[in-house]
Every structure is written in structure tokens, then in C-alpha cells.
Write a protein that binds this ligand. Sequence first.
Ligand SMILES: [Zn+2]
Length: 273
Amino acid sequence: MAQPDGGAVLVLRTSYSEVVQTDRRPATMMTAARMWLTGRDPSSTTRHRDVKSGGSRAAVLGAGDGLITNVSLVLGVAGASTNVSTVRLAGVAGLLAGAFSMAAGELVSVRAQKELAEKELDVERRELADEPEAEMRELAAMYRARGVPADDAMTVAQILSANEHVALDTHARLELGIDPEDSGQPVKAAAFSFVSFTIGAILPLFPWFFTRGTSAVLLSIVIGAVAALLLGAFIGSMAGRSVVGTALRQLLVAALAAGITFGVGHLLGVQAT
Ligand SMILES: [Zn+2]
């Protein structure tokens, strides 16, 4: 057994006995382990952005997709004909097609990811049951590789391996990079991207339900530009990048897409008449 030289091992021991006594979720345990590894107070998580399960990130990206798709679709059709019902029809069709396609893509990919994660977790669970000693040494090796001194790594590994939930959780996170509590929710993800795409796609279409002609075109452009700037700013602040830069880039992408489709629509519209 290693010489516990700091408070972290004490914290680990204390939370360990808590976990064992109450058989709670290993959250306290994991927090203590993280503190041990990073030397940071894990309760101060406010400095960190929600990197992984970014629901708001997915929502913003989905809305951005919907916006660019329909800004260019609505203006592309309007470039050929400002007939209100033609533009409306194209916009609604684009909204539905895009939203369904995004949802289907999300359903397939999150489901595949979830199945893969669960398969890997099963393998890990079996390994932990069949060869607990080897798995504990593997865990110690992973902590050593992260810079924990050998004796302490073994201590941490022993503590973490004593409870099967904690052991599986630790192996899943360190070895597989999986959160065993949350391996993905395909239907939720699909519904989420459907809704967020719809929100983005409906914005440039909006004016065509109230007005027509040039004023509708101009309103679509203004709404599209403002929404692109806001979404870009939001994406930038979430990613920790320059807010102004990301906002302008998002605007540029939307403007390019809309400009090109408007031009093509205009050319094709002229040919058709
Ligand atoms: Zn393992």
C-alpha cells in the first residue's frame, strides 16, 4: 500500500467509504479522483464550458443549418419569382426536408454510437468480472501514464476498484472515453435537431406569410443577416473564440449561400420566362 502523502488520498478514502456505505452513485468518488489527478478544486466547474453533452451547442448548430438552408432556398426561389405561394411552398418544403433529414441522420448516428458504447461497456464489465487483478493493474498504469507516482497510482487504483460501479465508471471514462450513465439518446437527439433546424429555417420564411415582393425579399435578407450574426456570436462565445469574428464568418457564409442561389435562381427564372 502506498504512503498517502496528501489530502487527495484522504478525500478518496472518505468518499470511498461513503460510496460503499450508501452504495450511491460514484459521483463523489469521481470528483475526488479528478481532483487528485488535476490538483484542482472540482467544485469550481464554472470556468469550464459544457464541452461534451452540449445540448445548446447542438441546438445552435441545428438552427444555423436551418437558417442557411432556407435563407438561400427562399432567396433563390425569390430570385426567379417573387410569387408569394411559390416562395412559401419552396420554403416550407425546404424546412420539412431539411428537418427530417437532420433528424434521421441524428437518429442513425447517435443510435450507432450508443450501440457501440454499450458493446464496449459490456466487454469492460466482463473483463472486470473475469480479471479484476489485471484490470486494477491496468487502471494503475493509466494513472501512472497521467503522471501519478507509481505507489499512489496503485493506491488510487485499489480504492477505485473496490466498488464495481466505481470501477466500471472509471474504466469506461479513462479507457473508453464513455460516460456509462449517458451513452446517448437517439430519439431525443433526433427530435432536438428537428426542432432546432425548424426554428432556423422558419426565420427567413416568416416575411412571406405577411408581405410580398421586394419588401419580403428585403425582410428575408435582414432577418437572415441578423439571425446569422446572433447565431455566429453565440457559437463563438460557446467555443471560446472571437465573438465578432465568428459572427461575421457566419454572416459571410449565409450571404454567400444566399447570394449564389439568388443569382442562380435569377438566371434560371429569366431563362424559364
Ligand atoms: Zn479496463
